[in-house]
Design a protein around this ligand. Structure first.
Ligand SMILES: *Cc1c(COP(=O)(O)O)cnc(C)c1O
Length: 222
């Protein structure tokens, strides 16, 4: 099936309140344009440099989401245009995003990446750390960022019960953090679910799914 057919098939199954991020990392601009021409406007990348290069050549109404781990020294390269940063997992990073957003006279939306998987390799903070950060006095000073939700990645496993447990944890973390609403913290988004588990994620409360291989085919990292 073509990229367009894949996209249309996925979109036809999504409830209205769920946003689809087309994860285009490693894929050529021609593939992204095929998705664009099928009306996809939100793209997710996991490397800042690659995202910036694609942003240069793609139409300007594309919304770029950074879904990967973010290095502080590279924030400046995406600050002028990024529309949502999914992988914020510490306060220092948040402060840098705020600084760069300010330079660009913007407010940048961010998600807190919560560690829900059992695997050690997954980035993210604990629910407790997230709620502590929101309650820092210094946090309220960050007027050029806005926390709009949480993001999580489930363990890579066939064990459905395990995955459900992790999705439930992200959903309950979202509900708890939502109570700490402030000027720069307005939670509405739960970013969870990828090609293999987005249907389950939606059942458990996802409002934003990040789908790559089911749209663009498998990735070749060579
Ligand atoms: C690559 C990636 C995805 C998409 O994965 P697929 O299995 O190809 O759908 C989603 N989220 C993150 C954070 C990723 O790095």
């Amino acid at each position: 099936m073509s990229i367009k057919e894949n996209l249309n098939k996925i979109k036809s199954t999504l409830p209205e309140h769920v946003t689809l991020v087309a994860v285009s990392k490693t894929k050529p601009v021609s593939d992204l344009m095929e998705a664009y021409n099928a009306n996809q406007r939100i793209f997710g990348e996991n490397k800042i440099q690659e995202m910036a290069e694609k942003h240069e050549v793609m139409p300007k109404d594309v919304e770029w989401h950074m879904i990967g781990h973010v290095q502080r020294n590279k924030v400046k390269y995406m600050a002028p245009f990024v529309s949502l940063i999914h992988g914020v997992d510490n306060f220092k990073l948040l402060a840098e995003i705020n600084k760069q957003a300010q330079k660009n006279d913007r407010i940048i939306d961010c998600l807190f990446q919560i560690k829900i998987a059992e695997e050690d390799s997954k980035f993210g903070m604990s629910p407790k750390e997230a709620s502590e950060i929101i309650q820092y006095e210094d946090f309220l000073e960050l007027k050029n960022i806005r926390i709009t939700g949480v993001m999580g990645m489930a363990t890579f496993t066939d064990d459905q019960i395990q995955i459900e447990k992790e999705f439930k944890l992200l959903k309950s973390t979202f509900e708890a953090l939502k109570k700490l609403d402030s000027e720069n913290c307005k939670l509405k988004t739960i970013s969870m679910g990828m090609s293999g588990d987005f249907k389950l994620a939606i059942e458990f409360g996802s409002t934003m799914i990040r789908v790559g291989s089911s749209i663009f085919g498998s990735r070749n990292y060579n």
